[in-house]
Design a protein around this ligand. Structure first.
Ligand code: ZN
Length: 266
């Protein structure tokens, strides 16, 4: 098993739990963490004894999203450099998780913001505790067109997706459960146990049948244009990185955006 610094990899029977493990930074996702997470997911998928993957966060929060402090070091990236960086580490990484041939569950407490909202929603199911909250504020805080993977309409419905993206507001776990984005809503003290119970139940199903039904469900979406929409949005998102509004935020320094992100986390 690999050594991870910013990811915690746990094998719990037939379940691999892969957690953001940088609680002192609200589990901010930097390059190192995302590369470790990608490696951890690949290990779990290659291990025949693992039937279900759980994506989680150590500490009070699932994750506050991308590491904006590290992102500031990319402020002078060319269009080509930014495209390549985000395609590999944000877009392709997320879609690999979405396409995982084993069932995946996000276990969410506290903040689940922006890139972390995107990552959690790559999972097939979401178990959230009552203190969890979700937002994608980057239209408002960064002048960018949402995050890289426009998963929002398919998990929220179009009306709620517009509400959240236009305002940048938080959606609490109860609202997320009510509209169907969250599959199970549980007290914080029961989050780990309930998630593992759900994973354990799914792990009893024949893995090949699970793999096939997931493929069929995803193909149904893809035939309706889902994947082409995501691809198109990624390019549109890159265009927003070249906008004056985004450039202004960068010129002022990201401290304002980081501060508003911190306030959102509370
Ligand atoms: Zn971006």
């Amino acid at each position: 098993m690999s050594d991870f610094e910013q990811v915690l990899y746990e094998r719990i029977g037939p379940v691999a739990r892969i957690s953001h493990n940088r609680p002192e930074r609200r589990n901010a996702e930097g390059t190192r963490m995302l590369e470790e997470m990608e490696r951890a997911i690949a290990e779990a998928l290659a291990d025949d004894s693992i039937r279900v993957l759980v994506i989680a966060g150590v500490g009070d929060h699932f994750s506050a999203g991308h590491d904006l402090k590290e992102g500031e070091s990319r402020r002078h990236y060319s269009v080509e450099q930014r495209y390549a960086h985000e395609e590999r580490l944000f877009y392709d990484f997320c879609l690999k998780l979405r396409d995982a041939p084993k069932p995946t569950i996000a276990q969410v407490q506290g903040a689940c913001l922006a890139a972390a909202f995107m990552l959690a929603n790559m999972c097939d199911l979401v178990v959230a505790s009552e203190d969890a909250f979700f937002a994608d504020p980057v239209v408002n805080t960064l002048g960018a067109a949402a995050v890289e993977v426009l998963i929002h309409p398919s998990v929220l419905g179009m009306r709620a997706a517009k509400d959240l993206l236009f305002t940048g507001r938080r959606m609490d776990a109860r609202e997320a459960y009510k509209i169907g984005m969250v599959s199970r809503l549980v007290p914080r003290s029961e989050l780990e146990a309930e998630t593992l119970a759900l994973a354990g139940q799914i792990a009893k199903a024949p893995p090949f049948a699970l793999k096939l039904v997931k493929r069929s469900l995803h193909r149904t979406m893809d035939m309706a244009g889902f994947r082409a929409g995501l691809d198109a949005h990624f390019d549109t998102h890159q265009l927003s990185h070249a906008s004056a509004a985004f450039g202004d935020v960068w010129e002022k320094g990201l401290s304002t955006a980081i501060e508003s992100g911190r306030k959102a986390v509370g």
